[in-house]
Design a protein around this ligand. Structure first.
Ligand code: WTA
Length: 654
């Protein structure tokens, strides 16, 4: 193994408000291992239960796979996030909302949050939304997004937050699959200098899926002055409609295992899948994981820049901080708009103490140079964090030394939509940090690295990253396709959950993530299945076959390159622009390819499988370490591809 050997002892952060001693952390790990039931029931006490659970895990990774936690418990998640804070911190700010281009930030206290959530809960009930029904939320980073999620939680509806970057087709597919009955969206919202047409895209999505979707109502938050067409009887202005309702709503009591929300993510097969999380286990996990790493002390402000449409937006922007009684910030700003260093200004202005972003943002911020950071104060910061992609040791050290001025621990946390919360990550100020490593599993988690032959690696080594036993925040199923859930995660090594990632473990038990082992690529923190791209292209009859691969990209981490074989009898030429537009229209803007190569053939094994690993190297212009090519059916394809790629234009970064 050849990773960074630098270590920063926990004691380097003088005065850091640690939550425990290293000895207590060890004792906690030992207790969790010795008596998991007692340990998890204690962690469950972090949240408010209507009826406390007496059971911890009841389920199995074997057979049909069934995952259940705290099964006899009952709760409403919004009570833990709002009501129980009303006794001692009603006037504390729960949510700081910053909107780019506006002078003032909006500060929403727990008391106000309660009222606004209850009003919307009443409105949703009035519109006929029932417990268990799905509500789709497609909003920019405005407080209404948080209020909408909490209002769904309050009435027991299952929220499905959809990313504003999805195309109309992408949204249509998800509306139909989820069976959503109501949509909450915006008119149009600015994102930097661009206007994102939320309502127009939603209208197109509904039109495309006419007859297959179940949406009967739409609430439209007017976040800008754009006027949009409103369909009478179906569409309502959010604020005008909601303000008529009362500010009390008795929370609907849910069983711990009732579905809480679902979130679409990409896997190795074509269709995006809705990962289902349930009420009790999810909220315990959000509270536990965020409490271990991003512990709120009085006066703390956490700013996680993730979009609410991702799991980090659910857990680190909303549910974790609010379940723990903290102050969380939500902003629609971009790191360098209107000026470089915009985020650093906001940290100073809003007195952010804990800042959490994606490695792709760290790379973009680093590219602006140190001066931009040094001109800002940033003295309120005490903790920095990242999640979503591997962070290089260089990026880590820059974040730590230049942004954190060496005073703030950097928590690189590894998790997934499926894990709901942090799995690997340091307890800040308690554990030694290693730049580029996501540290160790949180107490209560047991992980394994497994080699290609299915053997468990002991000690140092590299392999697929597996989780040996369930944890409360584990995804319960894929909506409508439990068999796909079982197949995807539980068949690689029976009895274990497979993450899809490869990792190394060093002699100290620290993990170093190596990227995905499956056909999922990570573009600026957005998961994309290469099969989604290939399926989109298959719809063009002039295209015989295509192969999509992820290639290294300096800012985005990975970018998309596609190889396209055009039918010999195609009626007309296919252009690079058409290929790009087809992908953008089927999936979304974030999936736009960096490079499109038209080729007569692809590298295949004798059994006809496309060798993607090789394609990736070719697209990156690598000529060495191509790996074992003995299985290739026709070696001459390799030279041909190199010629095409180098000739057409070597992969260039946009
Ligand atoms: C990757 C995002 C390296 C990984 C929270 C995982 C990471 C996928 C890290 C999940 C990290 C996440 N270091 N890689 N700290 N965190 N990943 O579902 O490949 O959007 O499987 O959840 O992101 O992406 P997802």
């Amino acid at each position: 193994m050849h990773h960074n050997t630098k270590v920063i002892p926990a004691g380097a952060y003088v005065g850091y408000p640690t939550i425990m001693t290293p000895q207590q952390l060890e004792a906690m790990r030992e207790y969790a291992q010795r008596d998991p039931k007692a340990f998890w029931l204690e962690q469950a006490d972090r949240i408010h239960w209507h009826r406390k659970p007496t059971q911890a895990f009841t389920g199995s990774f074997e057979g049909d796979v069934s995952i259940r936690w705290f099964e006899d418990g009952q709760l409403n998640a919004s009570v833990s996030c709002i009501d129980r804070h009303l006794t001692d911190r009603a006037d504390q700010v729960a949510l700081i909302s910053h909107r780019e281009g506006r002078q003032d930030v909006e500060k929403i206290t727990y008391a106000t949050l309660h009222d606004r959530v209850c009003q919307l809960a009443n409105a949703l009930k009035h519109l006929g939304v029932e417990k268990g029904q799905r509500v789709a939320i497609c909003l920019p980073m405005v407080p209404e997004a948080a209020i909408a999620m909490l209002a769904c939680a309050r009435i027991g509806a299952v929220h499905v937050v959809l990313f504003g970057g999805f195309s109309a087709e992408g949204i249509a597919e998800r509306l139909v699959d989820s069976g959503a009955v109501l949509v909450i969206t915006a008119n149009a919202a600015s994102r930097g200098a661009k206007m994102v047409p939320f309502k127009e895209t939603m209208d197109k999505a509904l039109e495309k899926s006419k007859g297959s979707h179940k949406v009967h109502s739409m609430l439209v938050v007017h976040t800008s002055s754009e006027t949009v067409s409103m369909q009478s009887g179906r569409d309502h202005d959010f604020h005008t409609y909601v303000k008529e309702f009362g500010t009390e709503f008795t929370p609907v009591i849910m069983d711990a295992e009732d579905p809480f929300f679902m979130l679409y993510t990409s896997g190795s097969t074509g269709k995006p899948k809705a990962i289902v999380h349930t009420c009790g286990g999810y909220l315990v996990w959000a509270s536990y994981t965020m409490g271990m790493v991003y512990t709120h002390k009085p006066g703390d402000v956490l700013w996680c820049t993730a979009d609410v449409a991702w799991i980090t937006g659910h857990t680190s922007v909303l549910y974790g901080p609010l379940a723990n009684g903290g102050t969380t910030m939500i902003s629609d700003s971009l790191p360098n708009y209107p000026v470089p260093g915009r985020w650093w200004d906001l940290i100073d202005q809003c007195k952010v103490t804990m800042f959490f972003t994606a490695p792709t943002a760290v790379r973009a911020l680093m590219a602006e140079g140190d001066d931009v950071v040094k001109r800002r104060d940033l003295s309120t910061l005490r903790l920095l964090g990242v999640a979503g992609e591997p962070t290089s040791p260089d990026g880590w050290e820059w974040y730590h030394d230049v942004v954190g001025k060496g005073r703030c621990p950097v928590a690189d946390t590894w998790w997934q939509t499926e894990t709901a919360g942090i799995m690997l990550g340091p307890i800040p100020g308690v554990q030694t940090l290693k730049p580029g490593s996501a540290s160790t599993p949180l107490p209560g988690l047991s992980m394994s690295l497994i080699d290609q032959n299915g053997a468990v690696i002991e000690g140092e080594g590299e392999g697929g990253l597996f989780i040996n036993a369930s944890w409360p925040g584990q995804a319960r199923t894929i909506w409508g396709d439990h068999e796909r859930f079982r197949q995807t995660y539980f068949t690689m090594s029976p009895g274990r959950y497979f993450s899809g990632d490869a990792a190394q473990r060093d002699a100290d038990g620290y993990y170093w993530l190596m990227g995905r082992m499956d056909d999922v690529i990570n573009i600026a923190g957005h998961r994309l299945g290469t099969a989604e791209v290939e399926d989109a292209l298959a719809e063009d009859h002039r295209i015989a076959e295509s192969a999509a691969v992820g290639v290294a990209h300096g800012l985005k981490g990975q970018g998309l390159a596609v190889f396209v074989i055009v039918r010999k009898d195609a009626a007309d030429e296919v252009t690079e622009k058409e290929v790009s537009q087809l992908i953008v229209s089927k999936i979304g803007r974030y999936a736009a390819p960096e490079a499109v190569y038209f080729v007569p053939d692809l590298p295949r094994t004798r059994s006809g499988k496309i060798v993607r690993r090789l394609l990736r190297k070719i697209a990156e212009g690598q000529t060495e370490n191509l790996g074992d090519l003995s299985s290739l059916n026709d070696m001459s394809v390799v030279d041909m591809l190199y010629e095409r790629v180098m000739g057409q234009k070597a992969f260039e970064q946009k």
